[in-house]
Design a protein around this ligand. Structure first.
Ligand code: ASP
Length: 342
């Protein structure tokens, strides 16, 4: 009997599988199966690997919720056939896709590991091989017949993170991602160290469920000193807008000018869901800590706590897609659903 774990590689695009077009000098997606054949190391791994590729691999700047659904469906139809999934994805929007998938895949009992690279896999100095090989090893980790990782992770440059806690922070360094508000789930050095205390565990008896609908009537507004009334107001009055991530300063602070507070209050009264998320990469919104956030709390702005913007915007799409009732919306948003907030 073959007891090796079965891993499905899902190639969506990104630098990892790109090659340089020598005429124009730009990086373009390439046939991944051909590339895989050039990594003989994969045959040495103690698992069975199969791969499936997007028909048209994408630079992740072109990813949208339709592609997130495609990935979710690929995992759904193959869920019982494989022990783990590795999604190869461009790093630019990887944190958005991976956060979205963490919400779309409810009661996940198997690993879904996102990875990619800063240099193409065929490049001499590539970071792709380590990222790919260790991601597969992590996806194949089992203990007492169960997957060690049972959530959506993001592996890059020796660290496995909870995907919905990550942000791309660097376009140059191999360490492209950070997770300032949650520790790594595993680290790869001479040994592969897993930190079980930080890993989300599937609740017993709960059935794996895939959510397909994401509602894109959402926006992100980053406040800045000097933001003027007409800019602010026109964003809050976008027709059909249902929810907004408001990126505030520090611990969730915003200017206390009357026009701004009135505009927010009117929008909330009209039914717009507004989430307060900090512009800082680390730390949390604490509404009411400063005078500059006291009124936001009073008018029932949703507390985004220590959530990333990537997780906040995708959580909004997910909750709206699931038609969560306006009455419960604030409470549900403020509850951690997949370990995305404290
Ligand atoms: N532009 C690329 C992408 O996100 C960058 C990368 O793969 O790292 O698809």
């Amino acid at each position: 009997m073959n007891e090796k774990p079965n891993i499905l590689l899902i190639y969506t695009g990104g630098t990892i599988g790109m090659v340089k077009d020598y005429e124009s000098g730009v990086l373009k997606a390439f046939d991944f199966n051909t590339l895989l054949k050039s990594i003989p190391e994969l045959n040495q791994l103690d698992c069975n690997i199969e791969s499936v590729s997007f028909d048209e691999p994408l630079d992740s700047s072109n990813m949208n919720p339709k592609h997130w659904t495609d990935i979710a469906e690929l995992i759904e139809v193959n869920y019982s056939l494989y022990d783990g999934f590795v999604v190869l994805h461009g790093s630019d929007t990887m944190s958005y896709t991976a956060s979205a998938l963490s919400f779309m895949l409810e009661n996940l009992g198997k690993p879904v590991i996102f990875t990619g690279s800063q240099l193409p896999i065929g490049d001499l100095r590539t970071d792709a091989k380590e990222n790919l090989i260790t991601s597969i090893q992590i996806a194949a980790l089992r203990e007492k017949g169960k997957s060690v990782i049972q959530e959506v992770g993001l592996y890059f440059e020796y660290k496995l993170y909870r995907a919905n806690r990550t942000t791309k922070i660097n376009a140059e360094h191999f360490q492209a991602f950070s997770s300032l508000n949650y520790p790594p789930l595993a680290e790869s050095g001479v040994h592969l160290k897993v930190y079980p205390e930080y890993i989300e565990k599937k609740k017993r008896g709960k059935k794996f469920k895939v959510h397909h609908k994401m509602d894109t009537n959402v926006a992100v507004l980053k406040i800045f000193p000097g933001i003027n009334e007409s800019v602010f107001e026109s964003v809050l009055n976008i027709p059909n807008l249902k929810a907004l991530v408001l990126e505030t300063y520090g611990a969730g602070n915003a200017p206390t000018e009357k026009w701004l507070l009135n505009c927010l209050k009117n929008a909330i009264d009209r039914g717009l869901h507004i989430v307060n998320v900090t512009q800082c990469s680390g730390g949390s919104v604490i509404m009411g800590q400063y005078e500059t956030s006291k009124d936001l709390r009073k008018m029932q702005v949703i507390n985004g706590k220590d959530i990333t913007t990537e997780a906040a915007i995708t959580k909004l799409m997910y909750l709206l897609g699931n038609k969560v009732s306006p009455k419960l919306f604030k409470t549900i948003f403020e509850t951690s659903l997949r370990g995305e907030m404290q």
